[in-house]
Design a protein around this ligand. Structure first.
Ligand SMILES: [Zn+2]
Length: 154
């Protein structure tokens, strides 16, 4: 792991990514930031927590990180359901596509909050490991399906 010189630098890189993500998804920045905080409160991952991860909730877990040696290219995650006990959703997000087993939470049949969380997590790991923000232009599936199709109220 590469240590960042300041936490301000980290925050700036996260902010820049979250703005890029909200533009790509055509949703408000606040909606994306909400998912960022929801994820950071719930994920069990040393990469995400800059401090001790003991006593953290474990509603989200990293199963696998895909890395091609130049950057993070995908993640596989497990989320526990918000509403049903002992129910889990499996989410895979990568450069060439994304899928999530939750289905009913899908927005416009394409992206749910777990997938958005996966993209955010990929960026967290990429910034910490490679010092770079992920370029969402390489995620062509995000732009497919037309503009304005995503709804924030789903
Ligand atoms: Zn989902």
């Amino acid at each position: 792991m590469v240590e960042l010189s300041t936490s301000e630098e980290y925050a700036e890189k996260m902010r820049s990514f979250l703005m890029q993500l909200s533009n790509k998804l055509n949703v408000s920045l606040n909606w994306v930031i909400d998912i960022y905080y929801w994820l950071s409160d719930n994920v069990k991952a040393r990469e995400f927590q800059l401090e001790d991860e003991a006593n953290r909730p474990t509603r989200a877990e990293i199963i696998r990180i895909f890395d091609d040696g130049k950057g993070v290219v995908g993640v596989r995650l497990r989320f526990s359901s918000d509403s049903r006990r002992n129910e889990y959703y499996y989410t895979t997000v990568g450069k060439y596509g994304a899928k999530c087993t939750c289905e009913r939470n899908m927005i416009n049949g394409k992206v749910c909050k777990h997938i958005v969380a996966g993209l955010i997590l990929m960026n967290v790991i990429n910034v910490l490991k490679y010092g770079r923000v992920i370029n969402l232009d390489e995620f062509r599936w995000l732009s497919e399906g037309g503009k304005g199709g995503l709804r924030e109220d789903s």
